[in-house]
Write a protein that binds this ligand. Structure first.
Ligand SMILES: Nc1ncnc2c1ncn2[C@@H]1O[C@H](COP(=O)(O)OP(=O)(O)O)[C@@H](O)[C@H]1O
Ligand SMILES: [Mg+2]
Length: 339
């Protein structure tokens, strides 16, 4: 059986049980955050373990990954697994705010700092207190703002705009980016010194297509949420639909998976509680090798192994992990099927 049929319980056990060799989540918030981050692929389980180790250190974290891979979710997980889960978790999207607005949002301002500043306002650095400040879209900061942020990180203090009393930064900083910051540094679009300051603990969230084993369990999790939102009985994925999704490349990652499922549910007749291959968009259907029910078990095995090898871009150990067989068995099967 493909291991993609595992339930999210796998991850909770692997990431949270004493048998995994790490401590139990110390609090309810951590447990909830862990259950929101659904994973069963070895790549993701490893990422969660790293996040767990990093969380307790309180150090700056830089999370890189394609859009929709779960960077925001991972940042929350680190916060809730960290030493101060009850403290504020504050996020700001640096990409969506123009320079001046971003500055006043981040640092706040004193009354009278500029026209219209009728009363003092605290910025996100202050609001984050002893918790976590998540800076999303860090690569889109202007060079001037990069310089300012670097100073704040180095001094651990800042002034509100128009203020004279330095305020201490106690929050942990987590920066998110879907841009390769090292390349941005090479292109002189990003300050090298700030990059080094942020790059203390770099975490890479792999694209969904590189962790094929996650697709089924995340889809099931999302379907539970979507069923609730649309007040429908628990919706399920037919095996061929699940296979097709697992074979699909998801350029938009988990966000795209959610959109695909939402769309399928909206057009699903009320009498139907299962999403079949036909209910999926054409591009997803095309990614699958066609109806599997007409195949022999051997053909099914061959195609599935080929699919997983494709997903792992030929990385055999990883493919063997996902398939739940040893590397040696995988090599034998490749030979047998001429893959
Ligand atoms: N491992 C996962 N388990 C469950 N939901 C996920 C997972 N990864 C991402 N998601 C969901 O996918 C969407 C996109 O995730 P997000 O963290 O916003 O991605 P990013 O910040 O990388 O663009 C969100 O709705 C998020 O809850
Ligand atoms: Mg995001």
């Amino acid at each position: 059986m493909p291991r993609t049929s595992k339930t999210p319980r796998t991850h909770r056990k692997a990431a949270g049980s004493p048998s995994s060799g790490s401590a139990q989540p110390a609090n309810l918030l951590a447990t909830v955050a862990l259950s929101a981050f659904v994973a069963t692929d070895p790549l993701s389980l490893k990422l969660i373990e790293t996040a767990r180790r990093v969380a307790s250190t309180g150090s700056i974290v830089l999370i890189h990954g394609e859009s929709g891979t779960g960077k925001d979710l991972l940042a929350s997980l680190i916060h809730y697994l960290g030493p101060s889960p009850q403290e504020p978790l504050v996020k700001i999207d640096c990409a969506s705010l123009p320079h001046d607005l971003l500055e006043s949002e981040l640092f706040g301002f004193e009354r009278g700092a500029f026209t219209g500043a009728n009363q003092m306002k605290r910025g996100r650095f202050e609001l984050a207190g002893y918790g976590t400040l998540v800076l999303d879209g860090i690569a889109s900061l202007s060079l001037a703002m990069q310089a300012k942020l670097l100073r704040v990180i180095e001094d651990r203090t800042f002034d509100r705009l128009g203020g004279t009393k330095p305020i201490r930064v106690s929050a942990r900083i987590i920066a998110l980016t879907n841009v390769d910051l090292a390349a941005a540094v090479a292109a002189r679009a990003f300050r090298e010194d700030l990059f080094f300051r942020l790059n203390v603990v770099p975490l890479e969230v792999p694209p969904l297509r590189e962790r094929a084993a996650d697709v089924g369990v995340i889809a099931t999790h999302l379907l539970t949420q979507i069923s609730e939102t649309h007040s429908r009985p628990q919706l399920r994925l037919a095996p061929e639909a699940r296979m097709a999704l697992t074979a699909y490349s998801f350029p938009g990652n988990v966000r795209e998976l959610r959109n695909i499922l939402e769309r399928s549910v909206v057009t699903l007749p009320a009498s139907q509680s299962q999403i079949t291959l036909d209910d999926l968009p054409r591009n997803v259907r095309n990614a699958s090798a066609g109806p599997r029910s007409k195949q022999t078990l051997e053909e099914l095995e061959r195609d599935y192994i080929a699919e997983i090898l494709d997903h792992t871009r030929g990385k055999k150990s990883k493919a063997a992990d996902i398939l739940g067989i040893t590397r040696k068995t995988l090599l034998e099967k490749r030979k047998k099927y001429g893959l």
